[in-house]
Design a protein around this ligand. Structure first.
Ligand SMILES: Cc1c(C(=O)c2nccn2C)oc2cccc(OCCCNCc3cccnc3)c12
Length: 397
């Protein structure tokens, strides 16, 4: 349990970037410069992760990068690119942001690695290990020795592997683009009725989170997160960044609180917008997707045992109401499907709210940190586990 590599200091780490293939050169992407943000957007829009049938590709927007890559403590030299010397074309990228992690009882400075992308025409040139080694060098120079990352592909020893889950909102569009099918014993009308989403929320006291809510919501959140084995600890500045965002016009993250009659914050939830480009469809070009982000509730705080039957029932009831409203609010932001993982306490409400299990699993990895596997919210046969739920409290974008 703990770091694997022998203890080093930044002085043990080379100052120079790793050697790079002849025609290419290292660069830093200054996302505060419009033209460089554009280069990053185009690279990922055309070359980043697709679903296994190559029907969809992630469409991270420029506003998303400003949110995801400029969290407190962000560094331009951790936004690493590779350009073609002759043409200056950006052909690869990898990023790190600083996070404070707790894994079981150990807290440590870490980074989250994300957005590793290599141009389609330059795959199999063994660029990936070079990018990973270079971002590791830059992070080690800052005296940080652990990293957290996720991947759809299997690599040595994931710490947890929660499953994708989807709650259709605009069922007919999902059917048109081939994301969902129609069971043989059902008509389209049956499916539309089954997945109908109300146009108004139902939880009393629910409202959008505001700056004035940050202190009270962070207290609730920290108490709630203590139940998990792997969490990110947020400073007040980080909490404000991640849940109130930094772009009023094109919002990426949507956060809501429940305020009771005494003016206390009893619950909070958030989701972010990350659309998919639809690759081969005559009518639809984009799929609006809401991803469940972080949330907290005091529903089971009076029970010391997280798995107390009464406490679990109280929490399940409250989450059914909160997450049902999250889907209603996602619909009001024009999202066609609401995505969640089986991590956190999600297995409690997924089936109740008509989420279907996806065919994807998200592998969580810790770099240079050894720990026992963490429960992923799934039973032996990969169904939603409403008993054990999950001990993963981290959500990766
Ligand atoms: C991706 C994703 C999908 C889909 O692929 C999908 N939804 C609708 C249609 N499709 C094809 O469904 C999910 C459900 C929960 C969490 C998820 O992702 C969690 C966050 C993932 N981080 C991005 C990522 C994913 C895989 C590999 N690298 C990065 C996903």
């Amino acid at each position: 349990e703990g770091p694997i590599d022998s203890k080093k200091t930044p002085d043990d780490i080379p100052d120079e970037p790793l050697p790079m293939l002849g025609d290419f050169e290292w660069c830093e992407i200054d996302i505060q410069k419009e033209n460089e943000l554009e280069d990053l957007f185009v690279l990922l829009n055309e070359n980043y992760v697709e679903d296994k049938d190559s029907s969809f590709r992630f469409n991270y927007t420029k506003e998303f990068f400003n949110w995801a890559l400029k969290s407190p403590g962000w560094r331009k030299d951790w936004h690493v690119g590779v350009r073609v010397k002759k043409t200056n074309k950006l052909i690869a990228f990898i990023s790190a942001i600083p996070v404070n992690l707790r894994v079981r009882s150990n807290e440590f400075k870490s980074v989250e690695i994300n957005f590793l992308c290599i141009h389609k025409q330059l795959r199999a040139k063994r660029l990936t290990p070079v990018l990973i080694k270079e971002i590791t060098r830059r992070v080690n120079k800052c005296n940080i020795w652990q990293a957290l990352y996720t991947s759809g592909t299997i690599l040595p020893s994931p710490v947890s592997t929660p499953r994708y889950a989807h709650r259709p909102i605009n069922w007919s569009k999902l059917y048109d683009v081939g994301f969902t099918g129609c069971p043989i014993d059902k008509t389209k009308a049956d499916m539309l009725a089954y997945y109908a989403v109300p146009s108004v929320t139902k939880t009393a006291g629910l409202r959008a989170m505001e700056l004035r809510d940050v202190d009270a919501t962070l207290v609730l959140f920290n108490k709630y997160q203590s139940r998990f084995d792997m969490v990110q600890n947020f400073t007040k500045e980080e909490f404000q960044h991640w849940f109130l965002g930094n772009d009023e016009i094109h919002k990426v993250v949507f956060s809501y609180v429940v305020e009771n009659e005494e003016g206390e914050i009893t619950d909070f939830f958030s989701f972010y917008s990350l659309p998919f480009t639809i690759l081969e469809n005559a009518i639809h070009k984009d799929l609006g997707i809401g991803y469940l982000f972080y949330y907290a509730s005091n529903a089971d705080f009076e029970y010391t045992d997280r798995f107390d039957k009464e406490g679990t029932t109280a929490l399940r009831k409250r989450l059914d109401s909160l997450m049902s409203d999250a889907v209603v609010l996602a619909r009001s932001h024009k999202m066609d499907v609401f995505n969640a993982l089986t991590s956190q306490e999600n297995s409690l409400f997924l089936e109740d709210l008509k989420f279907g299990p996806g065919d994807g699993f998200l592998n969580f990895y810790l770099f240079n940190y050894k720990t026992m596997p963490i429960t992923d919210g799934l039973t032996e046969d990969k169904r939603f586990d409403t008993e054990k739920r999950s001990n993963v409290g981290v959500v990766m974008l």
